[in-house]
Design a protein around this ligand. Structure first.
Ligand code: SAM
Length: 233
């Protein structure tokens, strides 16, 4: 996907990117390429793949009105910034928090924040389970891409979400993970409202966004210690 296709394919899903936004995406792409080796950021390094597999894929979350209307978004395990940074470029009035345990990657995120002049992001160098223990019942939307299986993600992210807020993980094939998550879904009082399946354009690979609603305040015992969460697998 080149820059023109990026604009065109976003238009097809009713997303418009401004000239200023496009310039930021280009700078971000250049920074990813420049710092990739130093910070060990991503295996996706070609221009066209960055636009498709990182930028366009992250922005698919904007097809949900809940993402567009959110005031606060949390992205756990953001790595080099996905999906959080593309969302922050498109939603300058939304406060976006990026949590990443790897200190080097946070160093890169700070460079991106400065070079793109992103005033709406906060970068937190912590493990998710520590962050969500303290920042509870706060975000309108929580999300993550390629971090852990659903069962683990639910426990790491739901405590930080407001009641009636949505957890929107980006996934590929999800059926097994949903089956494995039934107990924690019940214990955390969440409801899988919708399973949004789509194909990533051009390469036609399968993608899923789960739309998971939080129905009530989370019991303070969650998230448990990480070793405990893992043992439950
Ligand atoms: N979300 C990004 C993407 O889609 O390109 C990065 C995915 S990368 C495969 C997973 C990232 O999650 C890594 O950067 C890792 O350091 C981070 N991570 C894994 N477990 C974490 C945890 N418990 N708390 C915070 N970050 C975590």
């Amino acid at each position: 996907m080149n820059k023109e296709e990026f604009i065109d394919y976003l238009n097809r899903i009713n997303i418009t990117v401004t000239e200023e936004g496009l310039n930021k995406f280009e700078t971000y792409k250049n920074l990813l390429q420049e710092y990739n080796q130093k910070f060990n950021l991503t295996s996706i390094t070609e221009d066209k793949s960055i636009y498709l597999k990182h930028f366009y894929d992250s922005l698919y979350l904007l097809t949900l009105k809940e993402t567009q209307e959110a005031s606060t978004i949390l992205d756990i395990g953001t790595g080099a910034g996905f999906p959080g940074i593309p969302l922050s470029i498109m939603l300058p009035n939304t406060q976006i928090t990026l949590v990443e345990s790897n200190t080097k990657k946070c160093g890169f995120l700070n460079i991106v924040k400065e070079k793109l002049n992103l005033k709406n992001i906060e970068i937190i160098n912590k493990r998710a389970e520590d962050y969500t223990k303290e920042k509870r019942e706060y975000f309108d939307i929580v999300t993550s891409r390629a971090v852990a299986n659903l069962k683990i993600l639910l426990e790491l992210e739901i405590p930080s979400l407001k009641t009636n807020g949505y957890f929107l993980p980006l996934k590929s094939n999800i059926e097994e993970e949903i089956k494995d998550s039934q107990n924690i879904i019940k214990n955390l009082s969440v409801d899988i409202e919708k399973i949004i399946k789509y194909t990533l354009t051009i390469e036609n690979s399968n993608r899923t966004i789960l739309k998971i609603k939080k129905l009530q305040k989370t019991n303070p015992k969650y998230p448990r210690e990480y070793s405990k969460i893992l043992k439950d697998k």
